[in-house]
Design a protein around this ligand. Structure first.
Ligand SMILES: [Zn+2]
Length: 120
């Protein structure tokens, strides 16, 4: 498998308030496109990528409807959940199976991102 196309869209955000720098799309073997890959900058300026993920929901202990783990109150029944759910949990929708394709995607996304940043 090879990355055959990379598209970068720079994030229009206040860089001092977030580590998000861009969104990327990659095409694998001209037949599979993965959108919404986030390019994140660490405090030490290293870049990493994060694949599309969804926030997992949890069941309200009172009404059993699904709510966000960070909700302090159930939006359906109003029950308090302050003590129950400490942190957000995300589930990847896309996952690389081999390190080779993971490394290639990361490398090509970072190279393309740096090209765009240098052209500004
Ligand atoms: Zn509820």
């Amino acid at each position: 498998m090879k990355v055959t196309k990379v598209e970068i869209r720079l994030a229009s955000v206040d860089r001092s308030k977030t580590r998000l720098r861009a969104f990327a799309s990659v095409v694998i073997d001209d037949c599979l496109k993965i959108n919404n890959i986030r390019v994140i900058e660490e405090k030490d300026k290293r870049l990493f990528i994060s694949l599309l993920s969804v926030e997992q929901r949890v069941k309200c202990s009172s009404c059993n409807k699904k709510i966000l783990p960070t909700d302090k109150y159930c939006s359906f029944c109003g029950a308090s959940h302050v003590q129950n759910f400490a942190e957000q949990k995300f589930k990847n929708l896309v996952q690389f199976i081999t390190p080779a394709i993971s490394d290639e995607v990361k490398e090509k996304v970072v190279v393309e991102y740096k090209k765009q940043v240098n052209n500004i």
